[in-house]
Design a binder for this molecule. Structure first.
Ligand code: PA5
Length: 450
């Protein structure tokens, strides 16, 4: 295969790059080539639908199979939401909110506090926790603002969003009256099962279906993610186009030099087998914080089972260099880092010159913040490698819908390959039930006991 140094820089025509050159001190070329056969098998299982959990592979073809009529309906509902609402409340937990939050926060302006300013509603989230204060503050806001709500639950029975929806449904019906409230509620759930489905049918809410064969954490490219993202004013067609491009690449070959998903899955499994038990996803753009949260769910729920799996952690730098940086540099050597690097910002800002130069920063005058941020990224990577932390780098040219679509599909496909390489079913989550049983028993739900 002639890896040589050829494996070092891995450039894709799509412009999403996976760079494993900085793994050199930790992994040799033979180790990577040695994983090719395992990745061939994983790829065969995934594409041939013969692996574990193969009844949950609907996400693989989702970007190309989404019906144009469905996309049109989502865009039309997003338009109605924009007309009627300053706030769009998205109720859901886990895979039912993390994907939309990741995209909305990556693309949005964090200082756009006045929703009407942008012409789009502000997206807020509920039902992803059980905090009384959080939901009380939200209801106070909803007293003052026009709003609409999406209630999202695949099972239609998850406690946290169900409680939040009870609260918000009562609020919206009181505020607008039952009939108008119905027009402001959108339900996204299973085609036939669950309490939410029954309620949506009985009340006549505008409803969307989450396909049976798409699990929660793989559902961002269904209405689960697309409706909130479209309502926030972002281009869902471009998001899907990015995913389609990455899908073509991911499906076409299992060869590590040609398939970045396979390469990423391979190197993280090699590192895991070498005792690197924690992967830290790093971003130098704070807008990617929820992309990290989404990734943590995707990899944590997919791989953490049978007492196996890499623990997915996340940091945003340079902020966390002043907190977690110490541990990463000098703590236990069980870590590796995957940096999501962004080449180009949307805006331009240079460090101003100061004739007095009291802060001694005139050596930076005229430099763009991105140039400084990129040097911080490089310097951090060099320091961490010196400190014994292997580094993988995933670069996207910019944070926009198209490249986020690529990144999402890249991580999903790589996760499935990685899970199969690890030997687990990447599409179930049996461990998520344990806390629920105890909570229900403690709350006295009939038929539950400790
Ligand atoms: O990935 C998953 O399947 C889970 O994290 C779910 O998304 C989460 O538990 C919420 O489930 P539901 O959408 O059924 O309310």
């Amino acid at each position: 295969m002639g890896w040589g140094l050829g494996l070092i820089k891995y450039k894709l025509m799509t412009q999403l790059e996976v760079d494993i050159s900085k793994l050199k001190p930790f992994i040799d070329d033979n180790a990577i080539a040695g994983l090719q056969e395992e990745l061939n098998n994983a790829h065969r299982q995934l594409v041939g639908r013969t692996g574990k959990g193969n009844d949950f592979l609907g996400w693989v073809d989702l970007p190309v199979q989404l019906d144009e009529a469905l996309v049109g309906r989502i865009l039309s509902d997003a338009g109605k939401i924009r007309q009627m609402a300053e706030i769009f409340v998205v109720i859901g937990i886990g895979g039912s909110y993390l994907g939309s939050r990741a995209v909305v926060e990556a693309l949005g302006n964090p200082f756009q506090f006045l929703p009407r300013e942008s012409g789009y509603p502000q997206i807020v989230f509920a039902g992803e926790n059980l905090s009384e204060d959080y939901h009380a503050h939200l209801l106070e806001l909803l007293d003052r603002k026009d709003y609409a709500v999406a209630v999202i639950s695949k099972s239609g029975t998850t406690t946290e969003p169900a409680i939040a929806f009870r609260l918000i449904r009562q609020h919206i019906e009181t505020k607008y009256g039952k009939e108008e409230a119905r027009k402001r509620i959108f339900a996204i759930t299973d085609v036939s099962r669950g309490a939410l489905k029954k309620l949506a049918d009985a009340e006549g809410y505008s409803s969307y279906v989450i396909p049976d064969d798409v699990g929660g954490r793989y559902s961002v490219l269904t209405p689960v993610g697309l409706l909130p993202i479209a309502a926030a004013g972002f281009d869902i067609r471009s998001l899907l186009d990015g995913a389609i491009r990455m899908r073509e690449i991911a499906l076409s070959s299992a060869t590590l030099q040609q398939n970045p998903c396979a390469l990423y899955a391979a190197v993280r499994n090699i590192l895991y087998r070498q005792g690197k038990l924690v992967e830290i996803l790093v971003a130098f753009e704070p807008g990617l914080l929820y992309m990290i949260e989404w990734w943590k769910q995707l990899y944590g729920e997919s791989e953490g089972k049978e007492h196996k799996g890499i623990f997915p952690a996340g940091v945003t730098f340079t902020s966390d260099l002043h907190s977690m940086g110490q541990y990463i540099q000098e703590g236990r050597r069980t870590l590796f880092e995957t940096v999501v690097s962004v080449e180009n910002p949307k805006n331009k800002l240079v460090v101003p010159n100061d004739p007095e130069n009291l802060d001694g920063l005139n050596f930076l005058s005229g430099k763009r913040l991105t140039e400084i941020n990129h040097k911080a990224e490089l310097g951090t990577m060099m320091a961490h490698i010196d400190g014994g932390v292997p580094n993988i780098r995933i670069t996207i040219p910019a944070i926009n819908e198209y490249y986020l679509g690529q990144l999402i599909y890249f991580f999903e496909f790589a996760c499935a390959l990685s899970g199969y390489t690890l030997g687990v079913n990447p599409f179930d989550q049996p461990g998520v039930e344990a806390y629920k049983k105890n909570m229900f028993a403690l709350l006295g739900k009939p038929c539950y006991e400790l």
